[in-house]
Design a protein around this ligand. Structure first.
Ligand code: HEC
Length: 147
């Protein structure tokens, strides 16, 4: 290998290293508080998923229907990943109510996602109910202090 090529290779390697080994993100910029995670990510996404399972009154507008299912599909993806984030460090809690509710949220979101992809109103309604149970399951212990 000529000197020039070796140099180029090292530069490329250095570049690759530099892009992956920056200083760790400050905790506050890396992660939302539980309060904000619920308020800004989970709650708005859940409302979109709940709405998708509700029959709209009056004649259906195809453009509105398409937009509704697309939004529901995206929100379900947000919730599926959010459920996972509740089950990994640092938000995880090694208690069955927490893990059970988190897992139910993931399953409900996956069902909501499939329902949105199929544009299946009944399945979307059922997934919404399951999703609601997951919110309630966790809140009843961890917010309202009931077990
Ligand atoms: C695994 C547990 C868990 C699950 C599942 C869960 N939450 Fe929460 N949620 C919490 C906790 C803990 C808090 C209290 C956060 C805080 O303020 O510290 C909270 C708070 C909230 C709040 C109130 C924020 C505030 O303080 O005003 C809303 C709204 C909320 N959750 C919505 C939802 C919705 C909607 C779902 C279901 C789609 C859900 N949560 C599922 C644990 C959970």
């Amino acid at each position: 290998m000529s000197r020039r090529i070796t140099c180029l290779v090292s530069l490329l390697l250095l570049g690759a290293c530099a892009s992956t080994s920056g200083a760790p993100l400050a905790e506050t910029s890396a992660r939302l508080s539980m309060h904000d995670f619920m308020k800004k990510v989970i709650d708005p996404a859940a409302n979109i998923v709940f709405a998708a399972g509700n029959e709209e009154e009056g004649p259906k507008d195809p453009a509105k229907e398409a937009a509704k299912w697309k939004a529901a599909l995206e929100a379900a993806g947000t919730l599926q990943e959010s459920g996972r984030l509740l089950l990994v460090a640092p938000r995880a809690r090694a208690e069955k109510e927490w893990t059970g509710a988190g897992q139910l949220m993931i399953d409900a979101a996956a069902a909501a996602s499939a329902a949105a992809a199929d544009r299946n109103l009944e399945a979307a309604f059922e997934a919404g109910g399951k999703l609601y149970d997951s919110c309630n399951g966790c809140h009843s212990k961890y917010i309202h202090g009931k077990t």
